[in-house]
Design a protein around this ligand. Structure first.
Ligand code: C5P
Length: 222
């Protein structure tokens, strides 16, 4: 029989993807990073000089774009029309434009459709901003994960350091706050805790503790 669907939402840099990846691995489930999909189309739009304020142009672009998430050594690789863009979609340029791209209704509708197709066989952990509210409203387990903004900025700084990118914690905090504001205040499916989602504050938790909590909750439902 097929396994359950786990929806994880929350603000930027809350540790969602690291924790979701570990939980998925332990459960033997597929992990799906929906943020990477919005990042991939943003990256392509920048590369093709498409105005990210134009919903129709972006929808047309998305229509002729294949985005695949495939297992890799580092967890998950993002293939944009067959090209590995896993690193390219994490630049500051993409990060600072992605929320505007993701604010357009036409873009979201097309993405949600693709994402729903990806979860129909169950046994998935999917993370994003609207998974529990829009993509899988009937998910067997919904988590809303957050952490204090100071902690999130600190974690992002550490992550950048590991990739060899020095960054200021104050600037990171401002960027995170701005992205959260845009994602929470947009008109179409804003970032919001689903009523039936379980809130997990990871500020004082390790990755293993948070993943362990999700695994425990999942096993109650399998
Ligand atoms: O998860 P990540 O920080 O990589 O997501 C990048 C951006 O993509 C978010 O800030 C948000 O604007 C958008 N996003 C979204 N809906 C999702 C996942 C990501 O709007 N389900």
């Amino acid at each position: 029989e097929k396994g359950i669907r786990i929806a994880i939402d929350g603000p930027a840099a809350a540790g969602k993807s690291t924790i979701a990846k570990l939980a998925a691995e332990t459960l033997g489930y597929t992990y799906i990073d929906t943020g990477a999909m919005y990042r991939a189309i943003t990256y392509k739009a920048i590369r093709e000089n498409i105005n990210i304020g134009q919903a129709e142009d972006l929808a047309e672009l998305l229509n002729r774009t294949e985005i695949r998430l495939v297992p890799s050594l580092s967890g998950q690789a993002v293939l944009l029309d067959g090209e590995d863009v896993s690193e390219d979609i994490r630049t500051r340029e993409v990060t600072s434009s992605v929320s505007e791209v993701a604010s357009h209704r036409q873009v979201r509708e097309a993405m949600v459709e693709r994402q729903q197709e990806m979860v129909k066989n169950g046994s998935v952990v999917m993370d994003g901003r609207d998974i529990g509210t829009q993509v899988i409203p009937d998910a067997e387990l919904k988590i809303f994960m957050s952490a204090s903004v100071e902690e999130r900025a600190k974690r992002r700084q550490l992550e950048n350091e590991k990739r060899g990118i020095p960054s200021s914690i104050e600037v990171l905090q401002q960027e995170i706050e701005l992205r959260d504001k845009m994602d929470s205040e947009r008109e179409v499916s804003p970032l919001k805790k689903a009523e039936d989602a379980i809130y997990i504050d990871t500020t004082r938790m390790t990755i293993e503790q948070a993943a362990g909590e999700i695994i425990r909750l999942a096993r109650e439902r399998i």
